[in-house]
Design a protein around this ligand. Structure first.
Ligand code: IMP
Ligand code: MG
Length: 184
């Protein structure tokens, strides 16, 4: 285990099994629809790569780059949509894939843009982790892997200041690794 990790919450094996279940559910629910899996960068990359291989119906993939955190553990409150797909998404079923649903601001902003500006027919959301206690919007995920308590987690794509994404498991970051970072 990495020396900055307090505790492993989800092992590689546990994540793998749950991601396969999510992929099977998406396959079952959306087969026959014109589906685009939309990854939110950067946090969802590892989850996304595993999830898309667990979906056995025909899909396409695309990427959006969204940022709300900066180098802190508290959301800045504003969501910056840095890069968005330029393909025509009208009439499509979009599954927005993110690493974690926290306050809900990120997914709310992306879903809103897809529905209002890009006229997607159906917008679903899929997250690996759901931090229910932190929600400030009414956003809920259609597909969620695991619920987590209000602790700061890293690994399997999730970062602190762009680090720890390459850990193969998800663990709680030791408080000493981010204390004094200016977050309130
Ligand atoms: P929201 O907009 O507050 O729902 O935040 C979603 C984004 O915050 C995620 O895509 C993550 O990048 C980041 N985030 C929230 N909680 C954590 C955490 O515990 N670890 C790492 N990143 C997190
Ligand atoms: Mg992040």
């Amino acid at each position: 285990m990495h020396h900055d990790i307090e505790q492993v919450l989800f092992s590689e094996e546990a994540i793998g099994a749950r991601v396969r279940e999510l992929g099977e559910n998406i396959t079952k629910d959306l087969a026959g629809e014109d589906v685009v899996l939309l990854a939110l960068l950067k946090g969802s990359v590892i989850f996304f790569a595993d999830l898309m291989r667990s979906v056995s119906s025909q899909i396409r993939v695309d990427f959006a780059w969204v940022s709300s955190y900066g180098d802190r553990t508290e959301s800045s409150g504003t969501v910056e949509l840095k890069v968005f797909p330029d393909e025509d998404l009208s009439g499509k079923t979009i599954v927005v894939v993110d690493d974690i649903l926290d306050t809900g601001r990120t997914l709310a902003a992306v879903v809103d843009k897809l529905q209002r500006e890009q006229s997607a027919a159906v917008v679903k959301t899929c997250v690996l982790l759901d931090k229910v206690a932190r929600r400030v919007t009414d956003m809920r995920a259609d597909y969620a892997g695991f619920e987590v308590d209000d602790v700061f987690v890293v690994g399997y794509g999730l970062d602190y200041a762009d680090r720890y994404r390459n850990l193969p498991y998800i663990g709680v970051l030791k408080a000493g690794c981010y204390e004094g970072d200016g977050a309130s």
